[in-house]
Design a protein. Structure first.
Length: 166
């Protein structure tokens, strides 16, 4: 058990600085983004409805706003290194979720998954109880152990997710 504590302690120390730097990172207010609300948004060459369509963007795509002051109805956007004009009527401001909310989502989902997996493994191991309800020395691990390992693995998964994925 000491080896497991040492492993988790070492992992925490090695990743702690990077983790806390990334988890507290704020989105850049000078890099505005918009979320497409229409099923398909036409991105045009000029800020007029009669202008040629350069490409289309689908619903829930995130666009980079290059210039929102083009007119009251249009803004200049970029999407995958392509630039054009889109109607503001079909976009809303996009605010990136905080890394803390991502951390808690990953922690919760992975905790449930690890509970199911470790609990499923436990059901395959004979219990070894005596008739009076006490356990044999070789009995399988208990619910506390399942909760401990599930929580430890979930925290590790969430920390590593923030460090390497976000």
């Amino acid at each position: 058990m000491k080896k497991i504590y040492f492993l988790f302690g070492t992992l925490f120390i090695l990743t702690g600085c990077t983790f806390f730097e990334k988890i507290n990172k704020k989105s850049d207010p000078t890099d505005p983004k918009a979320l497409v609300t229409a099923e398909v948004l036409n991105i045009r060459k000029d800020p007029t409805r009669s202008s040629m369509v350069l490409f289309q963007v689908h619903k829930d795509s995130i666009l980079n706003i290059e210039d929102s002051m083009v007119s009251s109805d249009w803004c200049k956007i970029s999407f995958h290194n392509r630039i054009g004009y889109g109607s503001k009527k079909h976009m809303i401001p996009y605010v990136q979720p905080s890394n803390w909310s991502i951390f808690w989502m990953v922690l919760g989902i992975s905790f449930v998954i690890f509970l199911v997996v470790i609990g499923g493994i436990k059901t395959q191991i004979p219990d070894g109880r005596y008739s009076d309800g006490t356990r044999d020395g070789d009995a399988a691990f208990g619910c506390g152990t399942i909760l401990f390992f599930s929580l430890a693995l979930s925290i590790t998964t969430a920390v590593l997710w923030i460090i390497y994925i976000v």
